[in-house]
Design a protein around this ligand. Structure first.
Ligand SMILES: Nc1c(NC[C@H](O)[C@H](O)[C@H](O)CO)[nH]c(=O)[nH]c1=O
Ligand SMILES: CC(=O)[C@@H](O)COP(=O)(O)O
Length: 165
């Protein structure tokens, strides 16, 4: 099902693990910051609504989505007590193929960090044809992908905890 058929902000709170003891990192790209700040707000509010202590949420900024990979890697290395990290970015098609390389680079890089290291990284990077699609997915008619990412982060933090028993 495409995003068109679902609202990114809706979830069943009964399916969300207790997150009050979890610690989260959020790395935010500054490109298209009208979008990335809205995504951050969605993610932050969803974490708080599910019991996360605001003091247990760390935020770093990076210049663009391509730098999310390095920022998330350093966050994994610097904070070994984090239970999950959310990578937030907004990539919008321009005139050239640069969009393709940025999207491929951040996608593969975050995938690699998930494979190589223990702290899960949630992919909250919009890759849109135009600004309207980004607006629609960062609190607009399709909801907020930041909310979806926070829910995924809580679930992956719990999976990581359960896998250690
Ligand atoms: N065009 C977009 C970019 N481009 C910048 C790159 O992410 C990177 O910062 C630069 O190539 C220097 O390494 N970044 C976005 O996040 N969104 C865009 O639409
Ligand atoms: C995703 C990008 O890097 C892109 O928005 C840059 O725009 P352009 O392809 O016109 O240089």
């Amino acid at each position: 099902m495409a995003t068109e058929g679902k609202n990114l902000s809706t979830y069943d709170k009964n399916t969300i693990p207790n997150a009050e003891d979890f610690r989260f990192g959020i790395v935010v790209s500054e490109w298209n910051d009208n979008i990335t700040e809205a995504l951050y707000d969605g993610a932050y509010q969803a974490l708080i609504e599910n019991g996360v202590d605001p003091k247990k949420i760390a935020r770093w900024n990076v210049p663009g989505s391509f730098e999310l990979v390095y920022g998330c890697k350093k966050m994994q290395e610097s904070f070994d007590m984090l239970d999950a990290i959310i990578a937030i970015g907004s990539v919008i098609q321009g005139e050239t193929k640069h969009f393709d390389f940025v999207c491929q680079g951040v996608t593969q890089g975050i995938k690699d960090l998930n494979v190589q290291n223990d702290t899960p990284i949630i992919f909250c990077v919009l890759t849109d044809d135009n600004m309207q699609q980004s607006i629609d997915r960062s609190g607009g008619k399709h909801g907020n992908k930041g909310t979806e990412a926070a829910v995924a982060a809580i679930k992956m933090a719990q999976l990581r905890k359960d896998s250690r028993f």
